[in-house]
Design a binder for this molecule. Sequence first.
Ligand code: PMP
Length: 362
Amino acid sequence: MPVPLRPAVSGLPAYVAGRPAPTRPDLVTYKLSSNENPFPPLPGVLEAVAQATASMNRYPDIANTRMAEALGARLGVDADRLAFGTGSVGVLYHLLQAVCGPGDEVVHAWRSFEAYPIAVLLTGARWVGVPLGSGAEHDLDAMLAAVGPATRAVLLCSPNNPTGPALRHDEVVAFVDAVPDDVLVVVDEAYVEFVTSPTAVRGLEVAEGRDNVVVLRTFSKAYGLAGFRVGYCVAAPPLAQAVRAVALPFGVSLPAQAAVIASLEHEPELLARVAELVTRRDALAVGLRDLGLDVPDAQGNFVWLAAGPGTADVAATFGEAGLVVRPYVSGDPGDGVRITVGEPEADARVLEVAARLAGTVS
Ligand code: PMP
């Protein structure tokens, strides 16, 4: 007799990760399917990690004290407003578990980060996906209209994964002021360090003085520590405390804490890499648009190529050329592929393949 699962869990899909790059004898392949940073961790970061591994017989600091102090000083926020988790996706799960349950609703844009529906369904709540606008950006008016008495949380993704545009600061301020102040508003800024638009939302400013607004961030992208799995939120102290209470004990490992602390010490070098990736991102977006392809504003470390019904074929063509991209195939006209900014050779090859595809993509 199978063990009965909670209704929220039976049928729940597991998160699907970007495919790895295959090994091929004929050419170098590139993984451009998970919005990873192509630069490896800095030597100073690896040294700190190696030192930390000498104490791996001990549990890590459960309170993440040094990491919270270092990050709090960097961001200019008190450490009691920070809560950490196993990637920012872990923090998101904990936030939603803290505020949602069966009968509740969570509003977010769709298409957006693929983990949102799973994180919501796990709590027993229902997700309400609000279609993106014509520039593949959040439609905040429609999202506001979707907020009702059952809404416990709204997830805003800026820049939006997988499509790229950032939310506007003034529009987010107006939005949060219009949403009831007992509804949690998460501003997911996983890619904030790559944002160059001067009008983009500044999540920390929005969260300042608003107890229901939480900023979600990660060390996986700009800091290049995806394998260490560390994310955090900046929240009002009672919400941060709730996340700590819900979180798995010792969810951030000892080497991961060491990697974060060392990365904050080496931040200028890491931000110089981010600036380089931003330059490559802009070149990639411009190059694709010059070919006549439909690429919305790209504010993260990735570009979105609207490909409609041809999406699977487009992804396959990139794959044949040794480039693993991320296809989003649902059968609706908003389908497309997301391409992470990679090594310079990878970006150049993306443009070569795209030149061959131009004209075949709607
Ligand atoms: N938010 C967004 C918008 C993302 O794209 C991602 C990763 N793809 C995450 C959160 C989670 O990142 P991590 O768990 O590695 O911190």
